[in-house]
Design a protein around this ligand. Structure first.
Ligand SMILES: C[S@@+](CC[C@H](N)C(=O)[O-])C[C@H]1O[C@@H](n2cnc3c(N)ncnc32)[C@H](O)[C@@H]1O
Length: 238
């Protein structure tokens, strides 16, 4: 069993593959199923319902991938009266299909995909143009030093961050060994294990958020595999 007491980051195989590589395509397909198995969208939606009192007009998702995760969140939240939302989906790889905007439009959401590195893009974004930043399975890609650079950027853009990340614990770690049983490809099997080792536990995100000048709202295990985090950019900004 790996040492799960401390975060351990190694580059994920998917990040080193061209978007069109068959192994990358297979792994991104696996990611949709893994998000479903982890109940990531449902966990995100429940964090949003519990912590965002006024329906937002503008949301930013960082590391949005192919946009399917946020589309599921939009479906769940639109049922709860979050309509007329503008969603900006940033990923450094161009993965969002042409139909994505139409799919969001079905829920009254206007989607704007952006292909950019989130660090560079955030430096160019206008001061606080969003009501909310969402992050799913992206923060664990960055070591603590990088997160301490990312969090202040998020704080200049929005009053709140809601994140759903891998839980660094025994159960998720062991579960990654069974991914081959659902047909996950070798890239996914490797990256899932690395993701758990790079994931979060306890109040780790809260501490980094606080060091960045923000106010942690909640952090903890959600379900079997997920670390949920909500941070406010300033005291009382919820
Ligand atoms: C594990 S995937 C999660 C994608 C999506 N959130 C989902 O749940 O399907 C992580 C994503 O973060 C993106 N990413 C990693 N570093 C990034 C950066 N510096 N700027 C923008 N996107 C980044 C990757 O391209 C990848 O699509």
């Amino acid at each position: 069993m790996a040492d799960l007491n401390n975060r351990h980051l190694e580059p994920e195989l998917l990040d080193g593959l061209p978007a069109g590589d068959p192994r990358a395509i297979a792994s991104r397909r696996d990611l949709v199923r893994i998000n479903a198995l982890m109940f990531q969208a449902r966990i995100m939606a429940s964090l949003l319902r519990a912590n965002v009192q006024t329906p937002p007009l503008r949301i930013l998702e960082i590391g949005a991938g192919d946009g399917k995760f946020m589309l599921t969140v939009a479906r769940l939240m639109a049922a709860g009266c979050w309509s007329n939302v503008e969603i900006v989906l940033v990923d450094r790889v161009d993965l969002m299909g042409k139909d994505l905007c139409n799919s969001f439009a079905a829920f009254g959401w206007k989607a704007q995909p952006v292909t950019a590195d989130i660090f560079e893009w955030a430096d160019e974004a206008l001061h606080r143009p969003f009501d909310l930043v969402c992050a799913n399975l992206i923060l664990h890609h960055f070591d603590d030093t990088r997160l301490l650079q990312l969090f202040p950027r998020i704080m200049t853009m929005a009053p709140m961050l809601v994140a759903t990340e891998p839980l660094r614990a025994k159960v998720p770690f062991v579960a990654t060994r069974f991914l081959r049983l659902i047909g996950a490809c070798a890239v996914t099997q490797n990256d899932a294990t690395q993701s758990v080792r790079a994931g979060f536990r306890g109040a780790e995100l809260s501490q980094l958020w606080q060091l960045s000048g923000g106010t942690p709202v909640i952090e903890g295990r959600k379900g079997l595999f997920t670390q949920g985090f909500v941070g406010a950019s300033m005291p009382g900004s919820r």
